[in-house]
Design a protein around this ligand. Structure first.
Ligand SMILES: Nc1nc2c(ncn2[C@@H]2O[C@H](COP(=O)(O)OP(=O)(O)OP(=O)(O)O)[C@@H](O)[C@H]2O)c(=O)[nH]1
Ligand SMILES: [Mg+2]
Length: 1030
């Protein structure tokens, strides 16, 4: 392929039908970066021989050292197809490790298609699933690349026929994942209340385009490391003449259960049944297998020229002299089945060009999910068409920034050293010589002066010097380049565009008024760049449909932003992040005086890393929330080496817990049934009563555990409730939003049928749902305040945010005035429970009585301060007591963990998991590989150094991947002490060691500086002097 320079690529940017934007996605270590290397090598940027070893896209030092990718990076490649048409491929390599999965989201947003890479030996990994889900959600067009075929030959030593069956299994696995994502999406959109709809819904939709199939041309078989790849079409073209079949027919039959009938010169179905060799084995795999056999296994170098001639290849004399068998394979197969030809050809054919964005995708990007299209002004709706046609000439410029990438100033093209001519070099040399001379003379003179003038004079020039250094403004070492894509119009340097914040809403007339727009600010576009892996190329302008780096936005954008020339544009929907940041650590400088540097460094880190959350804890500590241990290490490395350049101390990980209550236990800790007396069954004992300080207000509350389905529902729709609470009172909700609310309400009513009210109320589930008073904490949590008293609470199901004018009905009931105080009390308790001040989960606080006896008396009198404050305290206290009256439990976040190990290491691996209180969910043998794929659950708090210990114990063979899975109740009472006879016998009087929940609780309390109930000295004894002499 001809090698082209950046200026020609820049010209191609304007021809949209010849541009493709793609990313490479896969599970960790399935070979994305190696694939990118081979593609980069085809452009002559790196040598073919180094492809796979260099890992060009991993430009960070720690990426190279660890061998994993940590950020997504882009490169623009040139491709010329067999019809001599030129293409510009903007390729993004993404990380596969779960700790960096939000980098994947930033890449996916900017692309139209994705190459999904699957290691054929390991098969579908959990990240493969996550990627496919994200591709489906963002409506990208995926193509599949089955990688590492060489491992089937050399490592697994499968026969071609076995390899064929193995490959079809992997393909089936991938398609099964796609199928299940598709089915759950279709069913979610259907009305689930009608049971018969399940099947009909799935039957009606067309899923023919959904699956991967070699015959359709969207699957490529590859060995990225050995630099070869092929699609079925490549072999179809190769064999059409010899087999006397048309290319199209061959393409349809080369993969699948077909065999070749040599007499009739046609393909016949039913190879397996008739025990014939499938055509894929006969014409494709056997050829490759025999090449590996001759070159790598038998090392028969003599045959090389013969084979090359047969395949119609010309090997250079230098290639024939190669002694390394792997390099020979790379040269031979790389020429016969060039990786760029098949992979990029597939991309060009299957991935849509930027001006072919589907209607749904445009809609999804432009309009947030809950926005009703009719409610938008016509100018905004008109933008969608421009957006879809992706016109470079459009007057409306729209771009989306998905992340900010730090680039060292020395890497910027404008600062890179230009080649010097011989003359300039000579000039420089002369200049340097002159300076050295000068300095020599100066120092001689200075030493003379120093001798005569004494110490005082000596110190003056140095202090002046210091002042001069300080006065010089500090130059930032890193410049942040916005990683963006132009969706409409042409982006030019120096242009002024609006930066739209997420709250910008063109439905509000004020938002569209340039004078007033509260969530838009004008920014000036700085330098524009084309990404070339670690390097950048300056550009003057970038037309729609291309990926671009934008300078000069550093002080305006933190992570993502929408840039637009018109205020009619909406702010793009937020990136869908796959993983939840869960691991928090506090960071402090080793030297306290470095604090300002740390604060500055953290600010830069926050901007540079898409998935880190930087915050300051109430205790004043700087806390970063990350996705996992590897991510923490990367952040600390970045801080120490680049952004803050100071040594920092990293605290032990801070794990969030939650607190909840559970129904009374029916068995004790040794599984003996507990016999309940009538007194135990008395519900009234669980009711907490609290009066306000002036004894005029009374609250009676009972805490009840919410059913699991309700908790899940609330958790899932947290955003909806947040929006509901933020909408000012008396605002009419949009139709779409109301129907969403109604849907939730119906599901909630179904869930409430399981709520055990223990005879306290006879209300039906419908009535109960109507009596929901609030959710907490922060109006969107999983705890409910339920009103069972005679008070009429404000309606929860309509907008209930702060009203701009006062509530007119307030005067009717004196209790209305204190409504918000009561709610705040509830919010405070649910935000910090009594166990260790962590948020509560799944608790229903039913208010049985709420009375105020004013009788003409001023509630604020009697010297106890404002009554509203008293209500707040009383509400807080009563909820806390009610909570404590029930069996309390800690809830811990759980990681799900996937490990692939061979049979020998299985035992050791189980031991490590067992020690850390993990639970094995499944441990199946992966067919054809001899490896076990084990899935287990592990409490997050037990996961530190888990990966290291696992690697150590299994001699580096098992490498776990941890991903947040769900919250789980630890079924041990943190305050439990043996009481029944059996328990005493089993655990002894003190059962400290058994109580994991108490251990966790105390560790959190200790960290927060709360009181910890523990005896420091167990058996105090008078100290004896052990020395005999005294
Ligand atoms: N045998 C064989 N090994 C391969 C092939 N492709 C990649 N590898 C090896 O697989 C390992 C991982 O490759 P990478 O390209 O770094 O994988 P990755 O998907 O980029 O990994 P992350 O970015 O960390 O998710 C390296 O040791 C590669 O040499 C292949 O086709 N055959
Ligand atoms: Mg990689």
């Amino acid at each position: 392929m001809p090698v082209v320079d950046a200026s020609e690529l820049a010209q191609l940017q304007a021809k949209q039908q010849q541009v493709r934007n793609i990313c490479i996605l896969a599970h960790v270590d399935h070979g994305k970066t190696t694939l990118a290397d081979s593609l980069v090598a085809s452009n002559g940027i790196i040598s073919q021989r180094m492809a796979g070893k260099l890992r060009y896209m991993d430009s960070r030092q720690d990426e190279q050292e660890r061998g994993i990718t940590m950020k997504s990076s882009s490169i623009s490649l040139y491709y010329q197809d067999n019809k001599q048409a030129d293409y510009l491929i903007n390729l993004i390599d993404s990380p596969g490790h779960v700790d960096f999965s939000s980098e994947v989201s930033t890449a996916v947003r900017l692309c139209d298609g994705a190459i999904v890479v699957v290691d054929v030996v390991e098969g579908v990994g959990p990240q493969t699933r996550a990627c496919l889900k994200q591709i489906y959600e963002e409506q990208l067009k995926p193509v599949l690349l089955l990688n590492k075929l060489d491992r089937l030959i050399l490592e697994k030593q499968l026969t071609p026929l076995d390899a064929y069956f193995h490959l079809s299994q992997v393909l089936e696995q991938v398609n099964a994942v796609l199928g299940s994502i598709f089915a759950s999406d279709v069913l979610a959109k259907e009305d689930i209340t009608q049971k018969d709809n399940y099947e009909s819904a799935l039957e009606q939709v067309d899923d023919s385009e959904l699956y991967f199939s070699p015959a359709a041309g969207n699957v490529v078989f590859c060995s990225a490391y050995d630099g070869w790849a092929f699609g079925v079409a490549d072999f179809a073209r190769m064999y059409a003449e010899r087999l006397e079949m048309s290319v199209e027919d061959l393409q349809q039959t080369l993969w699948g259960d077909f065999y070749y009938n040599a007499k009739k010169k046609c393909a016949v179905a039913g190879a397996q049944e008739k025990a014939k060799k499938p055509m894929f084995v006969q014409f494709v795999l056997e050829n490759i297998w025999s090449l590996y056999d001759i070159i790598v296994v038998r090392k028969d170098k003599e045959k090389l020229p013969g084979i090359a001639e047969k395949l119609g290849l010309k090997l250079a004399a230098r290639d024939l002299r190669l002694t390394d068998a792997k390099l020979q394979i790379k040269t031979l197969l790389g020429q016969w089945l060039p990786i760029d030809r098949s992979v990029l050809q597939m991309v060009v054919q299957h991935v849509p060009a930027p001006h072919c964005i589907s209607e749904e995708r445009a809609q999804r990007l432009l309009y947030p999910a809950n926005m009703e299209l009719q409610s938008l002004p016509p100018q905004t709706l008109a933008l969608k068409e421009e957006f879809r046609s992706c016109k470079a000439a459009s007057e409306h410029v729209i771009a989306f920034v998905s992340k900010m990438t730090p680039v060292h100033v020395t890497q910027l093209p404008q600062n890179r050293a230009k080649r010097l001519t011989a003359e300039q070099l000579q000039q420089r040399r002369d200049e340097v010589r002159r300076r050295i001379e000068e300095r020599k003379q100066q120092s001689e003179q200075e030493s003379l002066e120093a001798l005569t003038a004494g110490v005082e004079q000596l110190s003056t020039p140095s202090s002046q010097n210091a002042a001069a250094v300080e006065a010089e403004p500090e130059r930032a070492e890193y410049e942040f380049i916005a990683f963006a894509r132009v969706f409409s119009g042409t982006l030019r340097r120096g242009m002024q565009l609006y930066m739209l914040a997420p709250k910008h809403d063109p439905r509000q007339p004020t938002h569209r008024d340039a004078e007033q727009a509260p969530y838009a600010s004008l920014v000036t576009i700085g330098d524009l760049y084309m990404f070339m892996g670690g390097e950048l190329q300056l550009l003057e302008e970038v037309p729609a449909g291309n990926i671009v780096g934008i300078g000069g936005l550093e002080s305006h954008i933190v992570k993502t932003a929408t840039l637009s020339s018109t205020l009619d544009c909406t702010s793009f929907s937020e990136l869908s992040i796959m993983a939840t940041p869960i691991l928090r650590v506090a960071i402090e400088p080793v030297l306290p005086q470095d604090m300002p540097k740390l604060a500055k460094g953290l600010k830069l880190l926050n901007q540079a890393d898409a998935c880190v959350q930087v915050s300051v804890a109430p205790t004043g500590e700087h806390v970063i929330t990350t996705l996992g241990e590897v991510h923490v290490e990367k952040c600390v490395h970045d801080l120490e080496q680049s952004y803050a350049k100071i040594k920092v101390n990293v605290s032990k990980p801070i794990v969030s817990f939650r607190e909840t209550i559970v129904p009374d236990a029916t068995v004790d800790m040794v599984n003996e049934a507990i016999v309940k007396t009538a007194e135990d069954k008395d519900v009234t004992k669980k009711i907490a009563v609290q009066q306000t300080l002036n004894k005029l207000g009374t609250l009676k509350v009972i805490a009840l555990p919410l059913p699991e389905s309700v908790v899940q529902l609330l958790e899932q729709h947290g955003n909806v409730f947040k929006e509901l609470a933020a909408t000012p009172r008396n605002t009419l909700l949009s139709e779409k939003f109301s129907s969403l609310l109604n849907n939730i309400k119906t599901q909630l009513i179904a869930g409430f049928t399981e709520l055990q009210l223990q005879g306290l109320s006879t209300l039906t589930p419908e009535e109960l749902v109507a009596r929901i008073w609030a959710l907490g904490p922060r109006n969107c949590g999983t705890n409910i305040l339920l009103n069972l008293s005679d008070y009429e609470q404000p309606d929860f199901w309509s907008a209930h945010g702060k009203a701009s004018d006062t509530d007119v009905r307030a005067a009717a009931d004196p209790r209305r005035d204190y409504n918000s105080s009561l709610l705040n009390g509830f919010q405070l308790t649910t935000g910090a429970g009594p166990l260790c001040e962590e948020p509560m989960q799944g608790v229903c606080f039913a208010v049985l009585e709420w009375s105020v006896q004013s009788e003409g008396e001023d509630l604020n009198a009697r010297g106890f301060g404002p009554f509203s404050g008293q209500v707040l305290t009383a509400a807080k206290e009563v909820c806390r007591q009610a909570f404590q009256n029930q069996p309390q439990r800690l809830v811990t976040p759980m990681y799900s963990c996937n490990i692939v190990v061979n049979a020998e290491m299985l035992g050791k691996m189980y031991a490590v998991i067992g020690r850390r209180h993990g639970k094995i969910l499944s441990g199946d043998l992966t067919q054809g590989s001899g490896n076990f794929a084990v899935t287990c659950l592990l409490p997050v708090i037990e996961s530190f150094n888990f990966a290291q210990e696992m690697r150590k114990q299994t001699s580096g063979l098992a490498c776990p991947q941890l991903m947040f899975s769900h919250w789980e109740v630890i079924d041990i009472d943190p305050f439990w002490l043996p009481t029944t006879e059996e328990e005493l016998m089993h655990f002894g009087e003190k059962a400290d060691s058994a109580n994991r929940a108490k251990l966790y609780m105390d560790s959190v309390r200790r960290r927060k500086g709360l009181f910890v109930d523990e005896q420091v000295v167990e058996h105090a004894e008078k100290q004896r002097t052990l020395s005999k002499n005294k």
